[in-house]
Design a binder for this molecule. Structure first.
Ligand code: MN
Ligand code: MN
Ligand code: MN
Length: 273
């Protein structure tokens, strides 16, 4: 079975519209798909998939912090009409707006003018994210490419790395669970934490109600997969798999093309598929 439970549309920082993404998923013969845009569920208002084509599971990728480290939590299979979830999404939307202004201010201190306005031109009326600031920095020639924009201005520890405004890990997990969903720790290898620290994160995550982790995210090495599988078993978590697809041609796994989950884990989708 081909399952992809982490991908983005142009309603966050992906490049395909929700309909284009569904069409690609059907073309790739994906059986179970969740769209997990950053802090919003807008794509679900635009799409439906008939059961014969694929099983569509509701999804979102929430931004939060743990010990001042930016951490992402995917929510799966939620009731998208749940009032507390919708309230949470509004909170995150305001947080994103505030963050945009703070990034603008920080970049201004570094001599870069008009970045929020500039970034907004790249997000097509959607919520502004760091990739849009990156596009603006490239456009004005402050950096020569997208990667450099993150390395110099927007990535971890840089001026644009503002995350204090996000909801807490506990709040995010409770919104997901309150809406009947499963909270999944997204891309655990991406945080560059030591094993000890990642274990502490998992322990807090589980205590707060987290139930699953992405054992497979994008493309990763065999040893990363083994290491994540071991943690998943050690903590008795359900295992998830996602490409974190944003755009055709991206350097990591394409939609539906991430590696298989190790066979001895319990897939999170065994709950619904
Ligand atoms: Mn993204
Ligand atoms: Mn993420
Ligand atoms: Mn993502």
């Amino acid at each position: 079975m081909n399952v992809d439970l982490h991908c983005h549309t142009n309603l966050s920082d992906g490049s395909l519209s929700p309909k284009e993404l569904i069409a690609l998923a059907i073309e790739r013969e994906i059986d179970v798909l969740a769209i997990t845009d950053h802090d919003n569920i807008d794509s679900y208002a635009e799409i439906s998939a008939s059961k014969e084509d694929l099983t569509l599971i509701s999804g979102i990728e929430f931004s939060t912090t743990w010990r001042n480290i930016g951490v992402h939590i995917v929510g799966l299979n939620m009731d998208l009409n749940n009032a507390d979830l919708l309230e949470g999404i509004r909170f995150q939307s305001l947080a994103r707006e505030k963050r945009g202004h703070l990034i603008d201010k920080k970049l201004q201190q570094l001599g870069i003018e008009g970045s929020l306005e500039g970034a907004k031109r790249f997000c097509c009326g959607q919520q502004v994210g760091r990739p849009h600031f990156a596009q603006y920095l490239v456009e004005i020639g402050a950096v020569s490419n997208f990667q450099q924009a993150f390395k110099r201005y927007l990535g971890a520890g840089k001026a644009g790395d503002i995350k204090q405004q996000w909801a807490s890990l506990g709040d995010v997990i409770s919104w997901i669970r309150g809406a009947g969903g499963v909270a999944v720790l997204a891309h655990p290898t991406k945080y560059k934490m030591t094993r000890t620290k990642l274990c502490l994160l998992l322990e807090d995550f589980i205590e707060l109600g987290g139930e699953a982790m992405e054992v497979i995210s994008g493309s990763q090495t065999v040893s990363e997969t083994q290491s994540m599988a071991k943690l998943c078993k050690q903590y008795n978590l359900l295992a998830s798999r996602g490409s974190d697809f944003h755009a055709p041609g991206q350097p990591w796994a394409a939609l539906g093309m991430a590696s298989e989950l190790p066979a001895d884990l319990t897939p999170v989708w065994s709950k619904w598929a």
